[in-house]
Write a protein that binds this ligand. Sequence first.
Ligand SMILES: [Zn+2]
Length: 206
Amino acid sequence: MEQIKTIQDLINCYKKLPSIGYKTAERLAYATLSLSPSDREEFIQAFTDANEKVKCCPNCGTFFDDVCPICSDPNRDTSTILVVADSKDILSIEKTNGYKGLYFTLKGTLSPLKNKTPETIAIPDLKKKVEQENVKEIILALPTDLEGETTALYIASLYKNNPSVHVSKLANGIPIGTNLEYLDNLTITSSIRGRISLKEGDNKNE
Ligand SMILES: [Zn+2]
């Protein structure tokens, strides 16, 4: 017997989510169908609300449902910008309460094999923001894999001859391949405090 089309459509939707393969998508689809009518209604309502009300800040990439809580905060230090590759990392850093600057979310990291060029990951927008906001320091909180490191070095190279913009990255101690969401607040806070300068002859730590 073949999968009926409505269930297949549901499986295909689940498959669009990261780290979900066909088998898991199939399991989730059947689990959804087995929910009680009131749970299913709750599911639909939450999804509809998220779809209609949650917006992504064009400035920093944070999700919000009214005004961006970060960009609208007058107490933020606009001379520092922390760059992430995934907007969910902003929440991990915000939870520590240890960072009061602005954010910028890249659309991924540089990868020639996946056709991810500086233009496709919004590096020109980052450059524009740094100029417009008169940013003095860029802190890179990018993934600790090869693509993240390549992206960090590329961004650092853009400001190599610009003495007014410091570029640093989070301190070592974050295991390679670990996402910020899995780290505790103390590790994140100390990796921001102990950030490493990516500019030669420049040691800008707090
Ligand atoms: Zn914002």
